[in-house]
Design a protein around this ligand. Structure first.
Ligand code: GAL
Length: 710
């Protein structure tokens, strides 16, 4: 066992190198500068353990094992976009990119080798290789006592996994850089990680509007007609996504417009822009022999094919240039606003297996394992850079990601479709610098439709992905008014949501946060016990000793002041863990005391959302699409409840990168009590009014947003 040499890489961030530092890792690939100023301003963090307690053992099967201490009841979160559980303590995580994360093994679209502890620190392994983390799941013989061996059939205390007091990480053969992020709180450790990775992304304003993807093989006229239907029916919509079929060939792909379905792409994009829509193009990495790029990319590609196409090596600058030039000319120059980067994760499903193998070789020297782990990151970076070159922001979707992605304007999605798993993924993504869309595609019933739409409207990216089902927001006429109201409510909350993303960008605070960010570990344990009693759950389940500990992985914070607790089909009530303080039903106006678990009922027309007493929420009138530069509307500060309060508001032009050079501002809205016992509001900040707003309206002591209120 050897110890490591640690250096402080940034305030509260420590690094040690095991073996050789690798040239291509997630951090080096993204290459974002750490936000040192913001890191300096955070509360001072001390190393979370004695450095001697972190050890490397290279006597095990030729691989270096990193060992870190864990304390008795410590919980660990993160490891990327996990669908099956929130607390990863006691689990072995195989952090390998895979498009079908149907089992709780750790494999997923975005397996980030970063975990955070409820003791307030985080650990990152910066590598392009797949990593195995035993997060307190591997018990050494010399740590085992005779009492640990119990009889499975007769002893209810039998456990499949005995608790271990260490995390063990199987490192790549070449070695890797290890980073430890200090707290003091779990949220601080995550913020430090995000700031170290360049700060969270600030999407363009239109990225926060509603997205609709039209069916496969739609042509120009069909796509335009569907877009205009949103305007005619008074549904806000910002982005129209094209799915396979806009290309001349899709699997493998040409990246060229199909001459029959889209004879005049520039005209198509312009017509949509004239009506306030952006265009997002679906694509994937594997280049068709019919693509004009094929001959030049062939010598710059891996030695295995996917679907008969090339898997280009974008670690090579020449390959990146070819891709960028073609995309710039054919898409960006005519006004396309971004991409959906599909299929960059690979699959081993028995009936649908596709990806280059681990032993594939790429001209840059990377092998198939490394390329698969970072392919999604490469596409995010290349496409983002296309827009950065024009001083524009993009916003898109991606199906594979990894560490260091915080600063990239991409949101993950999946072909999975379990609503509860989708909510859990939303919670879990907040620990790893990721964003997730619980996209809606179809529904079993009008009720399922409403519940899914309610969730997606309170998520990082509100999207209907109708590629295969042809659904529209109005597909269930009996619930149309509810759907329209929630899409509009998302639009009305744009000032609040945009400000939450600005805090992600500047302070590293995720805009959507799981409960461990806002309650203490002790409060969480207490709430788990309450839930266990309420739901009459046993700690053991049958002869296999499976432990059933309820997790609060089905509710989350949306910005600083709103707590969202979605319902799924078949539910009309649920338990909600409310952090301490008083809370008010955002739409119902009902008052609740926090500091524990409450039971709430909600009809189909309501998603349970709670707002802190005294919170001030910046809102605006619903618009057909996000405000474009120069467009203005009225700003409304809605103050809830009975005590004074304040909020921050951020604004900039919403589309360019000028904010990086200071063309942006922060305002503070402060609500205080008057002598007569009423309330008054004052707005102060960088100028009298943010440029996007023509006037300010105040609403005090709101009991709840009236349901009919638009
Ligand atoms: C899938 C993707 C879907 C849709 C489809 C089109 O891989 O997850 O959202 O884009 O491809 O073929």
């Amino acid at each position: 066992m050897t110890t490591l040499t640690w250096t402080e890489a940034a305030p509260g961030v420590w690094r040690a190198t095991i073996g050789d530092s690798q040239a291509l890792t997630p951090l080096s690939l993204i290459g974002a500068d750490p936000r040192l100023e913001a890191l300096k301003q955070m509360a001072k963090a001390n190393p979370p353990f004695e450095w001697e307690e972190v050890r490397v053992d290279n006597s095990v099967s030729g691989r270096q094992m990193l060992t870190l201490p864990l304390s008795a009841n410590e919980k660990l979160y993160g490891t990327g976009l996990q669908f099956m559980r929130m607390n990863q303590r006691g689990r072995t995580r195989y952090l390998r990119v895979n498009s079908d994360p149907k089992q709780d093994t750790g494999e997923t679209h975005a397996p980030v080798p970063f975990y955070v502890s409820d003791r307030g620190y985080g650990v990152l392994i910066d590598t392009a290789r797949a990593v195995t983390m035993h997060l307190g799941s591997a018990l050494r013989l010399d740590e085992t006592s005779a009492e640990d061996a119990k009889d499975r059939n007769r002893d209810a205390k039998w456990r499949a996994t005995l608790p271990s007091a260490r995390a063990e990480v199987r490192l790549p053969e070449e070695g890797a850089d290890i980073y430890v992020f200090g707290g003091p709180s779990l949220g601080d450790a995550v913020s430090r990680y995000n700031l170290f990775c360049g700060g969270g992304t600030l999407p363009p304003k239109w990225g926060l509007g509603f997205w609709h993807r039209v069916p496969t093989l739609f042509n120009e006229e069909e796509a335009l007609a569907e877009a205009m239907e949103f305007r005619r029916r008074d549904y806000p919509c910002d982005v129209i996504g094209l799915e396979p079929g806009w290309h001349s060939r899709s699997y493998p792909v040409t990246y060229e417009w199909d001459a029959e379905r889209f004879p005049a792409p520039e005209r198509f994009v312009r017509k949509l822009a004239d009506n306030g829509f952006r265009v997002n193009l679906w694509e994937h990495p594997y280049v068709s022999p019919e693509s004009e790029l094929y001959p030049a990319l062939k010598p710059l590609s891996g030695n295995y094919s996917v679907w008969g196409g090339l898997a280009p090596d974008y670690a090579l600058p020449e390959a990146r240039e070819l891709y960028a030039k073609q995309h710039k000319e054919k898409h960006v120059a005519i006004g396309v606003s971004g991409y959906k980067l599909d299929e960059c994760d690979g699959s081993e499903l028995t009936n649908n297996s596709w990806m280059f193998p681990e032993h594939a070789r790429f001209p840059s020297g990377l092998d198939g394992e490394q390329m698969r782990q970072v392919y999604g990151l490469m596409f995010q970076k290349m496409t983002n850079d296309l827009y950065r070159a024009d001083n524009l922001r993009t916003c898109g979707l991606v199906r594979a990601s990894n560490a260091a992605a915080s600063s990239l304007p991409y949101v993950l999605y999946s072909d999975l479709y379990d609503h509860k798993q989708f909510i859990r993924a939303l919670c879990n993504s907040s620990f790893s610098g990721l964003l997730w869309s619980p996209e809606v595609r179809r529904a079993r019933s009008a009720e399922d439709w409403v519940r899914r739409m309610q969730t997606v409207c309170f998520s990082p990216l509100a999207m209907l992905n109708a590629w295969g089902d042809g659904t529209k927001p109005w597909s269930y006429p009996e619930v149309e008014p509810i759907i329209r109201r929630y899409i509009k409510l998302r639009m009305r909350l744009q000032p609040y949501l945009y400000t939450a993303f600005a805090a992600y960008h500047e302070k590293g605070i995720p805009p959507f946060r799981a409960m461990p960010f806002v309650v203490t570990p002790e409060e969480l344990v207490h709430a788990e016990q309450q839930r266990m009693e309420a739901e009459k759950l046993n700690t053991t389940d049958g002869a296999y000793g499976k432990r059933v500990i309820p997790q609060w992985d089905d509710q989350y914070m949306f910005g600083d002041s709103l707590l969202v607790a979605p319902l799924v089909e078949g539910e009309s009530e649920r338990d909600v863990l409310l952090p301490s303080g008083s809370w008010i039903g955002f739409e119902t106006g009902e008052r609740h005391e926090g500091g524990g678990v409450i039971r709430v009922r909600a009809g189909l027309d309501t998603i349970p959302i709670f707002v802190r007493d005294g919170a001030v929420i910046p809102m605006m009138a619903s618009q057909p699409h996000a405000l474009r530069p120069g467009e203005k509307t009225q700003l409304e500060f809605v103050h809830f409840g009975s005590v004074a309060g304040s909020c921050l508001l951020y604004d900039d032009d919403g589309v360019t990168l000028d904010h990086e050079n200071g063309a942006c501002g922060w305002w503070k809205a402060e609500v205080t009590k008057t002598e007569e016992g009423g309330f008054q509001g004052v707005l102060s900040g960088d100028s009298k009014l943010p440029a996007s707003y023509s006037s300010v309206k105040w609403r005090f002591a709101a009991i709840g947003l009236a349901l009919h209120d638009e």
